[in-house]
Design a protein. Sequence first.
Length: 344
Amino acid sequence: MSNNEETLIRVEDLKVHFPIYRGVIRRQVGSVKAVDGVSFQVKKGETLGLVGESGCGKTTTGRAIVQLYKPTAGHVYFRDIDLVSLKEEPMRLMRKEIQMIFQDPYASLNPRMTVRDIISEPLLAFGMATGKQLDNRVKELMRLVRLDPDFIYRFPHEFSGGQRQRIGIARALALNPAFIVCDEPISALDVSIQAQIINLFEDLQKELNLTYLFIAHDLSMVRHISDRVAVMYLGIIVELADRNEIYNNPLHPYTQALLSAIPVPDPEHYRKRSRIVLEGDVPSPANPPSGCRFRTRCPKADEECEKGRPEFREILPGHFVECFKAEVPSPLKEVTFEENSILK
């Protein structure tokens, strides 16, 4: 197996359930099934995009992979090492290889620390640099994320949102990790800044041979940066395929609805394409529907969908879908995607 095909991260039947307590004695009366049986692989050097509505479990999945949340069940393998079974100290050492970039650049940086202290913290924690060597490494990381190294003694409030996110990226790169979970790193930024950050991610991936799990809402950005895309709904992955395949030939009704909502710059094309509007609200993850998770909002649902959960099956080579009604249709022209012109 070549390096490009080597599996770096393997997630098997991952579950994260948060208990619900009530009463004076705090008795558990249920659980929120934030992630409920997720399986996928991320190959070395690729970017896997993870998309879905708010509350579907994307962030929880990312945090469970890096073990910020302890999984209720399942396994997360990094180079065939099961992270779930590792004790505290071995897992701490493993964090040199696995890092996370958080969504909110305003909340993820300590306002009382200078940029030098923020970026150097992981280096000091692992004893990888001190003194002059530490300052040189911090300045090197600042240049890597396109920031002026003379700003290392400034505080986070002196930077814009895009600059703060670059500081968070520099902190994540400090230990030379192999795998980074990017938890909606562009959602809090202006559109023009989003393009700059996406281009930075791509440049860093080529330069440092990084592997990403890229969590996002913006489907246009996800297609631009990702090699493959996984679509989540109510704690499970309902479709997984190559980025072009999933955008030009979506097979799950939920994916089709998401893609039909993407804005199109051509008014004539926008008027001609069909829009899929889902009815009802997303069910509570504390009490998900029986059978297919999407059946309460699916226009194709019938009695079969209520009786049992569909198998996550490979319908086309590399194209996996969890749906009884998924077939191999001709490409859906009405949901074809236009590349975002602001990106390089």
